[in-house]
Design a binder for this molecule. Structure first.
Ligand code: CTP
Length: 398
């Protein structure tokens, strides 16, 4: 896929820069033309001589070389590239990319580039999860840049966590896949709901359910890998979301309803996977309820059906996916929900199989679409189930 392609490699000042020699070799061996642009600090980690020798091209890092009066034309470099890879991408460079700060040749080239831009973050774990980094990465994804996400492992600081640059072979394979097919959800906005909702009875008690949120979080993770930008409206869970996901935390069904409605107009694909409470206490007590010898009655009122309300507003171009958890007349009930809530397809969760549903890492689903096509799937990990669901989505987008 790389034969004859012009690849511009941007290297920034992180320890993972030493691995870029290997990246240049992989691209060169596969027939690509490679040029390298470095930030001044990255030269502390790998020498321009190594990279110019391997790339067989001069390496640029400053706007003009001393004394010659000539300038390194970043506009030309940006236009030359069929593909711009920034690896490693430090927190500093990611911050500049997200905010258009142009204080070195690499940044000027980034702002001049017209080609797809890939970036492979690398930094220490706390920098990676810092809210400013998270927001900057989200901004880049929204802008259309493609993340090759960092891995979890041992870091230069000696700490273990997320922040290791993806290995050169995997970066190479990732881009190879992209060149083959393009990322199927590039430029798409995906909105996902996940987890349970908690309906407050009094300040210390609530009505909840056993949903772990795993299915929704797996879907969010897959959507990112497929090139989408993802907003995840999540009820209370213990799961940490990938930092590239825009996560909105909620507690109650009514809060989830509001956040979903604030975000659904923009979304291309909406997946409603949350286990939303169907009822909520009519008048939650302001004070902690006291124990008495009598039975306690709590009056519940129905919550608003989030999925059905989104179904009513759904635009032609939007794709809406719901879930159904059934214990009897499974297919028939799911089909009814599909029609009533105006869905493109419904994912029927079976509770009759051991290992499927709430709390498990596995799930067994049936997908029913609006043309009444029914497909049964095996018991699989929730991560694999997420792949099946996105394969269905991608087939409907075509
Ligand atoms: N759902 C929702 N808002 C609610 C209730 C459900 O968005 N207040 C969504 C769920 O996220 C799921 C789908 O509707 O995608 C079906 O949920 P389910 O609990 O199976 O069905 P209900 O519509 O609640 O119907 P029932 O409880 O009668 O089966």
């Amino acid at each position: 896929m790389f034969s004859g392609k012009n690849i511009l490699l941007g290297i920034t000042g992180g320890i993972a820069a030493y691995k870029t020699a290997n990246l240049v070799r992989l691209f060169k061996k596969s027939g690509a033309n490679v040029q390298v642009v470095m930030t001044p600090d990255s030269k502390e980690f790998i020498t321009p001589l190594t990279l110019s020798t391997l790339s067989e091209n001069p390496v640029y890092s400053v706007f003009s070389d001393d004394g010659t009066g000539e300038w390194n034309n970043h506009v030309e470099l940006g236009l030359w590239a069929d593909l711009f890879l920034i690896a490693p991408a430090t927190a500093n460079t990611i911050g500049k990319m997200a905010n258009g700060i142009c204080d070195n040749l690499l940044m000027a080239t980034y702002l001049s580039a017209k080609c797809p831009v890939f970036f492979a973050p690398a930094m220490d774990l706390d920098m990676y999860t810092h809210s400013t980094t998270t927001q900057n990465i989200q901004q880049l994804i929204v802008n259309g840049d493609i993340i090759i996400d960092a891995k979890t492992g041992e870091l230069a600081s000696g700490l273990v966590g997320k922040g290791r640059m993806e290995e050169p072979e995997n970066i190479f394979n990732f881009i190879n896949e992209y060149l083959k097919d393009g990322l199927p959800l590039s430029g798409k906005k995906v909105l996902i709901t996940a987890g349970p909702t908690y309906e407050q009875i009094d300040p210390v008690r609530f009505i909840g359910n056993n949903s772990s949120g795993k299915m929704g979080y797996e879907l969010a993770e897959k959507a990112i890998r497929l090139g989408a930008s993802v907003t995840l409206v999540s009820g209370p869970t213990h799961i940490e979301a990938n930092t590239t996901i825009k996560k909105i935390e909620v507690r109650s069904a009514s809060e989830m309803y509001d956040r979903v409605h604030e975000n659904c107009n923009e979304a291309d694909i909406i997946i409603v996977a949350a286990a939303v409470a169907d009822y909520t206490p009519e008048t939650p007590s302001e004070n902690k309820l006291k124990k008495t010898d009598n039975n306690l009655q709590i009056h519940l009122k129905p919550t608003k059906d989030i999925l059905a309300s989104v179904g009513e507003l759904k635009k032609d171009k939007q794709l809406l996916v719901g879930f159904a958890l059934e214990t009897d007349n499974e297919e028939e009930n799911a089909k009814r929900k599909l029609v009533r809530k105006n869905l493109d397809f419904i994912v029927l969760n079976s509770l009759s199989n051991k290992g499927a549903g709430f709390g498990y890492d596995t799930n067994q689903i049936t997908i029913i679409d609006k043309s009444n096509k029914v497909k049964n799937y095996e018991l699989k990990s929730k991560s694999e189930v997420a792949v099946d669901i996105f394969n269905k989505i991608i087939s409907l987008l075509k």
